[in-house]
Design a protein. Structure first.
Length: 150
């Protein structure tokens, strides 16, 4: 099976520690799901913190919701209140935030119905803003599911 994400490649290897940190507790985020049968008893309970070592040693354990069986999705919705937000909806919301921040449309991509075309050009920042301000800007994620906001 092809790797969905290569967690050991750049820039993932640099960003993983930050992505795993819960910004309110400063601890790692938790799995929030029951482990697959082959991992029961290991440090993969729904309340266990996710570690970099776990992700690198078992990269297939991380899956987008769309890859999970329908029954599992329904159970997660009942048990955890998890719902599926398609990537194109996340992209549309990100584009609206970016349009406000950059004060222009289609900075990173152009949405076409339920897909988008990535902008291959170098991103030009407004004269009064820079990339570190963009990275540090706050976004309220009102969805859950595909981690479209990671």
């Amino acid at each position: 099976m092809e790797k969905l994400i290569d967690f050991e490649s750049y820039p993932m290897n640099k960003a993983l520690k930050v992505l795993l940190q819960d910004k309110s507790t400063k601890k790692n985020i938790i799995w929030a799901t029951d482990p697959p049968p082959n991992l029961i008893g290991m440090e993969y309970s729904d309340r266990s913190q996710i570690t970099i070592n776990q992700i690198i040693s078992l990269p297939d354990v991380i899956q987008p919701r769309i890859s999970k069986f329908s029954e599992e999705q329904q159970e997660r919705t009942k048990k955890k209140g998890e719902v599926f937000t398609p990537a194109w909806v996340c992209n549309l919301m990100n584009n609206l935030c970016d349009e406000e921040w950059f004060e222009k449309k289609d900075v990173f991509n152009q949405q076409e119905e339920r897909r988008w075309i990535t902008n291959k050009e170098k991103i030009k920042f407004p004269d009064t803003k820079n990339w570190t301000q963009y990275v540090d800007s706050r976004r309220l994620e009102i969805t859950c599911g595909q981690n479209g906001f990671m």
